[in-house]
Structures are given as C-alpha cells and as structure tokens.
Design a binder for this molecule. Structure first.
Ligand code: FE2
Ligand code: FE2
Length: 147
C-alpha cells in the first residue's frame, strides 16, 4: 500500500496556507467592490474549509482526544465557531451583503486556529498519525488515498 501524500501534517499545513491565501484574496476583492465571480470563488473556499474541518473532526480529533482531551475540546469548539460564522458569511455572499469587518474577523480566527493546531495537534500528527494511517488497509480519505 502506498499513501499518495505520505506526510499528513504537511498536507494539513498546506491546506491552511492555501485556505488563508484564498480568503485574503477574496477579502481584497470584497474590499475593492469587485463582485465578479465572487460567489463561485467564495463557494470554493467554503467547500475546501468545510472538507478540512470535517477531516479533522472525523479522523484526527477522535484519536487526539486520548492524548489531550482539553485541547481536543477547545479545537472542536473553535471548529464549531468557524463553521457557524462561515455559514453566516455565506448567506451574506448569497445576498450580496458581505460583512467585510466580520469576514476579516473570521480570517483572523482562522489564522489563529491554524497557528494553534500547528503548535500542538499537527506536531502530534507528524509523529503519530502517519503511522496510524499507513496501518489502515485500503484507506481513502479526501486525497490521502492508498493505491
Ligand atoms: Fe482545525
Ligand atoms: Fe486545520
């Protein structure tokens, strides 16, 4: 079995970098009043972020809770806040009523959340989860597929 992306921690960090860059780009376009194709671009960021959060919630945090239940609970609470705010902002985008201050606040939370995960959760992922995932036959998880 070969894992296509052999380093889950790096993959998750790359997703953070891509998500925050995409969000920054969108916020600039919102600020410039450039509404063209904004809805589709927002939907793409939303889909990628939700997939990232789902992956962590379903496949990483259930194992990490045995290591650090307090941190796991805090990360789950942050995920919930991110999901709720993302949904709220998406309604605004649909209605062409984007709340720029709120969106900037959201981008700041996302950056802080990414930093927090990098400090503890992803270091654990680097050490442990690659081994765990390699041990699962036939695993196929959002691009981390075995072939
Ligand atoms: Fe997260
Ligand atoms: Fe993350």
């Amino acid at each position: 079995m070969t894992i296509v992306d052999v380093h889950p921690g790096q993959r998750l960090r790359r997703e953070h970098a891509r998500l925050t860059a995409s969000l920054d780009d969108l916020l600039e376009r919102f600020a410039d009043g450039n509404q063209r194709d904004l809805r589709a671009a927002w939907a793409e960021v939303e889909q990628d972020l939700v997939a990232h959060l789902d992956f962590e919630d379903r496949l990483i945090l259930p194992s990490f809770t045995a290591i650090d239940p307090v941190e796991t609970q805090a990360l789950r609470a942050e995920h919930l806040r991110l999901r709720e705010t993302l949904a709220e902002l998406s309604v605004g985008v649909d209605l062409h009523l984007i709340q720029l201050d709120r969106a900037r606040e959201f981008a700041g939370w996302l950056r802080e959340h990414a930093h927090r995960e990098d400090q503890l959760l992803y270091r654990w992922v680097d050490r442990e989860l690659a081994q765990i995932m390699r041990a699962i036959p036939g695993i196929e998880v959002d691009g981390w597929s075995s072939i």
